[in-house]
Design a protein around this ligand. Structure first.
Ligand SMILES: NC(=O)C1=CN([C@@H]2O[C@H](COP(=O)(O)OP(=O)(O)OC[C@H]3O[C@@H](n4cnc5c(N)ncnc54)[C@H](O)[C@@H]3O)[C@@H](O)[C@H]2O)C=CC1
Ligand SMILES: CC(C)CC(=O)C(=O)O
Ligand SMILES: [Mg+2]
Length: 365
């Protein structure tokens, strides 16, 4: 089959990890007889430098008419001036919002091969396999008012935490539906003891639970969830959380997997229908990490989170389940053989560069 993929490498290590994922995509094409055409777009700080905007119109166009978007990361110290009119991050936020990508699925899997790459005690990591469902187009990241201003009594700033019933209900349903296909436990994370949005979130989660009697629903306050994620991670199956909480909890959860570089994500406008007929809505696939300025340009970034994001694209957007599994099995095999980028080399495996990791994974799909 023929597919057209929009590739948005971004800044910092974004281009480094994305080019490895494209390498793997082409290897999948060769093995399974598909053709993946690619169109590259500019986004982030590099686009601000060249076009004065983090999201040029051309890139917006490329994101509308495509079978899937593969995204790296944006941002960096060069564009961190707190008074800047626009930031690299505005580019990815605008893509998520304009495509209605409200559901960000962030699977957290601990590969047995990497159990010693995490600072967490090995016995706590046994059986860890969860999905964190992060609400992606609401809450503090987007709601208005959102501004800074000067007053006679000093500087002020405001962000707004606002959710509608519909925004909460649709993401909670994604959590329940995923849990139904897994171990049937949904942990809804909120801050209902303090925040009105948290109380609304909890109320709606409880109401929606009536439609999913086979799934056990538990409510956990976000601060306690952060603690349990480390002290008893195997307890969790599916976690659903609002935008900011989900963002923070997933960076924390990456420590279980051994590195930020290990975790993929899929940003969707809903779960694909199992029969999957007709044109699917455009979705975006991105590792959970950022542009990692501290290691950018050294060729040592871990591309596995991006390569696993590609596998999710094949699964959710292109309907290529066998091909997605081939990538996932290749990653497992390569880790079993001992290949390690420096971030996961804690157990003394063979340290390799980003490109070598991409080569060996591509070579085994
Ligand atoms: N989706 C996106 O484009 C995101 C962008 N950012 C941006 O990225 C920039 C840097 O943010 P940070 O807070 O430093 O977070 P970060 O995720 O870029 O890096 C955090 C730490 O994890 C390490 N790391 C991240 N990805 C890695 C990989 N693939 N392999 C090995 N190590 C990896 C980094 O070296 C660093 O020590 C900021 O401008 C931030 O706004 C942050 C998160 C998401
Ligand atoms: C806009 C991004 C920089 C926010 C973030 O950290 C993320 O989406 O993981
Ligand atoms: Mg983040």
């Amino acid at each position: 089959m023929n597919f057209s993929i929009t590739v948005l490498p971004g800044d910092g290590i974004g281009p480094e990890v994305v080019s490895e994922a494209v390498k793997v995509m082409n290897a999948v094409g060769n093995r399974f007889g598909h053709s993946f055409g690619t169109t590259y777009g500019r986004v982030g700080g590099n686009a601000i430098d060249d076009f004065g905007t983090p999201l040029p119109d051309d890139t917006v166009e490329m994101c509308r008419d495509t079978d899937g978007i593969l995204f790296g990361a944006v941002g960096g110290p060069k564009w961190d001036d707190p008074r800047a009119k626009t930031r690299p991050e505005d580019g990815i936020l605008a893509i998520r919002k304009s495509l209605g990508l409200f559901a960000n699925l962030r699977p957290v899997k601990v590969y047995p091969q990497l159990i010693n790459s995490s600072p967490i005690k090995p016995h706590l990591l046994e059986g860890v396999d969860m999905i964190i469902v992060r609400e992606l187009t609401g809450g503090l990241y987007f709601a208005k008012p959102k501004k800074r201003w000067d007053t006679s009594r000093g500087r002020r700033g405001v962000d707004t935490l606002k959710y509608t019933e519909q925004e909460i209900e649709r993401i909670i349903r994604v959590g329940f539906e995923l849990a139904q296909g897994r171990r049937k436990r949904l942990t809804s994370v909120d801050k209902a003891n303090v925040l009105e949005t948290g109380r609304l979130w909890r109320e709606i989660a409880t109401e929606v639970a009536d439609d999913y009697p086979d799934v056990e629903l538990e409510h956990v306050l976000v601060d306690a969830a952060a603690m349990q994620l480390i002290s008893n991670p195997a307890h969790f199956d599916v976690i659903v959380a609002e935008n900011t909480f989900g963002d923070i909890l997933t960076d924390e959860a990456s420590v279980l997997a051994g590195s930020m570089g290990m975790l993929p994500s899929a940003s969707l406008s809903g779960l694909p229908k199992p029969s999957g007929r007709g044109k699917r809505p455009v979705s975006l696939y991105e590792p959970i990490h950022g542009s990692a300025p501290d290691i950018a340009g050294q060729g040592i970034a871990n591309p596995i989170g991006t390569i696993l994001s590609l596998a999710s694209m094949l699964r959710y957007s292109l309907g290529l389940e066998a091909e997605a599994q081939a990538i996932e099995q290749s990653v497992e095999g390569v880790l079993a053989e001992g290949y390690r980028t420096p971030d996961i080399a804690g157990d003394g495996g063979e340290v390799c560069k980003t490109t070598e990791m991409g080569d060996v994974i591509a070579g085994r799909v």
